[in-house]
Design a protein around this ligand. Structure first.
Ligand code: ADP
Length: 244
């Protein structure tokens, strides 16, 4: 498995403060990866750097077979190259139905379905995506009446509809019931069979259920990497989390 995303020696400072400090990180395709770390560790800045919202001071961010340098591309170009990002708060069109929300995503210029002449009907595609995110029974409902968890799933569905190669997901389980968290785990594990999925998460139980490789970020550096059990046994990680 070669890397889909290769971050090498990236640093980013804000007013002299190093939010990301000589960070190297790579993700394969497909792969499920969790990034954990205390507040201020640099998790959001990392996502901003990959999606082109923020530019690194030094280092490179290479992506895909052609090793394109993402630091040279605009946010829109990066999104078109197949990198989708889900922010913590769901942003769906509340007045539109679930079907309409998914249809809009399928019709967006980022979706591969817009360039295929013999593409399946919108109904078929939207139905398939709805099934992947557990919303088949809700297709005709207005997104505004969905539960918080269902809105998160709808947004994940809207991203999946655009067939990303790399999906960055920020704290998907925040504010969810335990049943919703469980369903979200299954959804992300399933999505990561086809795509590279990077999940930022605070909830350790959630990360445990993802059962994937974990990167611990601390003061902008990758402090430890491996299974959750492996990183949790690392004395440096124990220091950071327990302040010993
Ligand atoms: P996390 O998402 O892990 O909580 P962040 O990436 O948001 O961490 O922040 C890392 C550090 O960088 C924090 O100390 C934060 O205050 C600082 N930081 C992030 N963005 C900015 C910015 N635009 N201006 C100044 N400081 C910033």
């Amino acid at each position: 498995m070669s890397a889909l995303l290769e971050v090498s020696g990236v640093s980013k400072s804000f007013d002299g403060f190093k939010a990301i400090d000589n960070l190297s990180f790579s993700v394969a395709e497909p792969e499920l990866r969790a990034i954990i770390g205390p507040n201020g560790a640099g998790k959001t800045t990392f996502m901003d750097l990959v999606t082109g919202k923020t530019r690194p001071d030094t280092g490179s961010i290479r992506y895909g077979e052609l090793s394109r340098d993402l630091t040279k591309l605009s946010e829109a170009q990066i999104a078109r190259a197949g990198i989708g990002r889900k922010f913590q708060k769901p942003t769906v069109f509340e007045d539109q139905t679930v079907f309409e929300n998914l249809s809009m995503a399928l019709a967006s210029p980022r979706s591969p379905w817009t360039v295929l002449t013999r593409r399946p009907s919108m109904e078929v595609r939207a139905g398939e995506v709805a099934e992947r995110v557990g919303l088949t029974a809700h297709l005709a409902r207005r997104a505004g009446v969905l539960s918080h968890g269902q809105k998160q799933w709808l947004e994940i569905g809207m991203l999946l509809a655009q067939e990303p190669r790399l999906l960055l997901v920020d704290e998907p389980a925040a504010g969810m019931t335990s049943a919703e968290r469980e369903r979200t785990t299954e959804m992300l594990v399933e999505a990561a069979k086809e795509h590279a999925v990077v999940v930022i998460e605070h909830d350790m139980e959630f990360v445990r259920r993802l059962n994937c490789r974990v990167t611990v970020l601390h003061e902008g550096r990758a402090l430890a990497e491996g299974s959750l059990d492996h990183v949790c046994a690392d004395p440096r990680v124990i220091d950071v989390y327990l302040g010993r």
